[in-house]
Design a protein around this ligand. Structure first.
Ligand code: ADP
Ligand code: MG
Length: 740
């Protein structure tokens, strides 16, 4: 069956040649129970390793079933081992984190047995070695004798013709040793068993032949019992490990050692979190950059916003808006579009010092019709003078002064000059979804919007007074509606006479020219009277003295300022079709301009630079993270060297070891990534109130999440590949000896 002719084994270490054994001649037959003995260092282990195909030999010939093996490659020996050899080791070489059942099962999984064949075989074998009671116990909890019985079961389950055992009783007490040998003898009938031992008395009664070694040579070879004849051995069946079995092992290994699982999990979590955070920070920075540059002009830079004017420069009519509404890609029209970019103020005192110490809020103007859903505090407005505020929950006024805000009446101003345009009562507050966004929105009734519209038109206008034959621009005086004034008349501060004329100004005519970017308008008014500090309240009906007013009748005021909008904004539903929509607008006499076209070209370059920096930083980060995690994972997996080498000894190939490791790292990284996604999901759903995180993740899209996952999977594959290479660089037995 097995024949060695003049076989020698040398070790080369740093140029020094050492002999493992030399010129060994042996002929071993099926059915024999060979006991090899000899002092330490005499070459027994080396001989067993060569016979097992775990180590090479340098001289002589070894025949197996009559076939010469000197031309065998590493792969041929792998096949040889899988067909013929099962090993039992002094230190058991079991997987401590597996149960008894899993340890025995492992051999069959690695050799391509089907699940349904495995179970019965494994249970029978466990029964034969008397460990049925412990089949689901982790091996680490067993005694030495029990462990060696598991090792025997594992060696026997695949039914190879040759069993090789190197000092199997070396770590056992007398009683367990005796038991183990008896079991081995019982289950190995008709096989070829080769055992190395220090303790010849233990084995003597079972041996059919005793071999004594000394200094690398056989000095005695005695046949104790005659063995019938050499039956031709049946090769053990083996197949490639099935994909399913690889998954079983990979997933089992993911979870079987909790500390390892947790450490790997943390590493993958760290990679995912740091890369996503870095990427999102950059995106956020890019966003800030674009905001900073344009916020002077336009506050709302939504890419789906289009500014529109009439091509003939006339104001929009209701009919125009109807036509625009009929364009299918139009989502909404904001008629007074400067509200989108201007803010108004609500304040409750005229004294500038008290304004700042009292309640003061400013926000962008929205139509109450656009308020979707209910308010969070207070109620929905019931009349035209009531408003709702949308603000961050964390805004100082909202979190500290709600009492002084709700159901209180405020003055509204459209400029910093605190000129009161209207009064309004705040009746409701709605919280902003993003509570780190401190900008406020104020939702007003159409009536209030009209008042603001007039006020803004007035503020945008330059007013020239044609008086006494010449035009004078008076910036400090403002035109104010007042119902005490007759239509076609004006009441002015008496002091105006010093600025405009030396004489009496009553009954003179004042011509008002309004000129702004949208329109021009003109009105001639006769001055019907003047006011002074003394008669101020009597004439104007107002309380606090203001010396810089030209009071006119409200109808005249409307004539000057209550204009239909000259500029509006529309929002499209699908930004990608914005160009078609622009064309359709032009076709109905409108001059459209995309809000994004107002962006300055310069900034494009800045953004480009930012993109490149982002790419470089991300790649560098990935590169650094890869190496850091490779070394951490290497340290974590180092403790697994024994495991993977055991797999090799039991018949696993490079490919299957790599794949099993792949699956383990893949499963772990996927779980880590799923955890990250789950946390992000909870933040997005506002279950976790991590505002900073919420803001950051708002910059990430599906594309980035998918990309991150691909990177993580690729990283884990690269790591498992490098690691598997390392394991297979040296022969199984030397890796094993180094580790144990
Ligand atoms: P035994 O198992 O009988 O105690 P070994 O087979 O382990 O003896 O060793 C036989 C000889 O081979 C010893 O001289 C030992 O020093 C040498 N040897 C074993 N393994 C190596 C190795 N990896 N490198 C160099 N010499 C070795
Ligand atoms: Mg030895």
């Amino acid at each position: 069956m097995l024949e060695l002719k003049n076989v020698s084994k040398f070790y080369y270490n740093n140029g020094i040649i050492a002999s493992g054994f030399s010129k060994i001649n042996l002929k071993l037959n099926m059915g024999e129970f060979i006991v090899i003995t000899g002092e330490s260092g005499s070459g027994k282990s080396t001989l067993l390793n060569v016979i097992s195909g775990l180590d090479s030999y340098e001289e002589g010939e070894m025949y197996i079933n009559g076939e010469e093996t000197s031309h065998y490659t590493e792969k041929d020996f792998e096949e040889y081992r899988r067909k013929y050899i099962a090993n039992i080791f002094q230190n058991f070489n079991l997987i401590n984190s597996y149960t008894v059942y899993q340890n025995v099962e492992l051999v069959l999984l690695l050799n391509g047995y089907k699940k349904r064949d495995i179970k019965q075989k494994v249970l029978e074998m466990i029964d034969k070695v008397g460990l049925t009671k412990f089949k689901n116990t982790k091996v680490s909890k067993l005694s030495g004798g029990q462990k060696q019985r598991v090792a025997i079961a594992r060696a026997m389950v695949k039914d190879t013709p040759i069993i090789v055992a190197d000092e199997p009783t070396g770590n056992l007490d007398v009683e367990s040793a005796k038991e183990a040998i008896e079991i081995l003898k019982k289950v190995s009938k008709d096989k070829l068993v080769i055992i190395v031992t220090h303790n010849i008395e233990q084995m003597e009664q079972y041996a059919t032949r005793i071999i004594k070694m000394h200094d690398g040579r056989i000095i005695e070879n005695t046949e104790v019992k005659k063995v019938e004849n050499d039956i031709k051995p049946e090769e053990s069946i083996y197949h490639k490990i099935t994909l399913f079995n690889k998954y079983r092992l990979g997933i089992r290994n993911t979870f079987n050692i909790f500390t390892k699982f947790a450490l790997l999990f943390v590493v993958f979590l760290f990679i995912a979190v740091s890369v996503l955070a870095e990427y999102a920070s950059f995106a956020s920075l890019e966003n800030e950059l674009s905001k900073q540059v344009y916020s002077n002009y336009f506050q709302d830079l939504s890419p789906n916003r289009i500014l529109i004017k009439k091509q003939d420069k006339t104001p929009f009519s209701g009919e125009d808006y109807e036509k625009i509404k009929n364009i299918s890609n139009i989502e909404k029209i904001v008629q007074n579009d400067y509200f989108l970019d201007k803010y108004i103020m609500l304040y409750n005192d005229d004294d500038i010092n008290k304004i700042l110490s009292g309640i003061f809020v400013s926000g962008y103007v929205y139509d109450i019709g656009e308020l979707d859903g209910d308010v969070d505090v207070g109620r929905i407005p019931e009349n035209d003078e009531e408003v709702v505020i949308l603000a961050s929950k964390k805004h100082y006024t909202i979190s500290n002064k709600m009492q002084e805000l709700l159901e209180q009446t405020f003055k509204i101003s459209t400029t910093n000059s605190y000129y009161e345009v209207a009064k309004a009562k705040v009746v409701g507050v709605k919280y902003n979804k993003d509570d780190t966004d401190y900008t406020m929105k104020i939702y007003l009734s159409p009536n209030l919007l009209e008042k603001l519209n007039k006020s803004i038109n007035r503020n945008f206008s330059t007013i020239k007074y044609f008086f006494n034959g010449k035009y004078t621009k008076i910036n400090t005086f403002s035109v104010v509606p007042n119902s005490n004034v007759e239509k076609g008349k004006a009441i002015v501060n008496d002091d105006l006479k010093y600025q405009l004329t030396k004489g009496k100004i009553t009954n003179q005519t004042i011509n008002i020219y309004v000129d702004n970017i949208y329109y021009q308008e003109k009105l001639d008014l006769g001055i019907s009277g003047t006011y002074t500090k003394k008669n101020y309240t009597k004439i104007t009906g107002l309380e606090d003295f203001n010396g810089e007013m030209i009071l006119i009748n409200p109808e005249d005021y409307d004539y000057l300022y209550n204009k239909q909008p000259y500029q509006s904004s529309v929002y499209v539903k699908e930004t990608k079709n914005i160009d078609e929509t622009m064309q359709e607008l032009e076709n109905i006499g409108i001059a459209p301009k995309k809000i994004t076209d107002f962006k300055v070209e310069d900034n494009m370059a800045e953004k480009q630079v930012m993109k490149i920096i982002k790419l470089i930083v991300t790649l560098t980060l990935l590169f650094v993270l890869f190496f850091i995690s490779y070394f951490i994972i290497k340290i974590i997996l180092k403790s697994r060297n024994v495991y993977y080498t055991t797999l090799r000894i039991l018949g696993a190939t490079f490919k299957s070891v790599k794949r099993i490791l792949d699956i383990e790292l893949f499963t772990n990284s996927s779980i880590a990534y799923l955890t990250v996604l789950l946390i992000i999901g909870l933040v997005k759903a506002d279950v976790l109130h991590w505002n900073y995180v919420a803001k950051l993740v708002s910059f990430l899209t599906i594309r980035e999440y998918v990309l991150m996952y691909i990177i993580l999977v690729l990283m884990s594959r690269l790591i498992s590949r490098r690691f598997a290479r390392k394991i297979f660089k040296k022969s199984a037995i030397s890796t094993y000896n180094e580790e144990v």
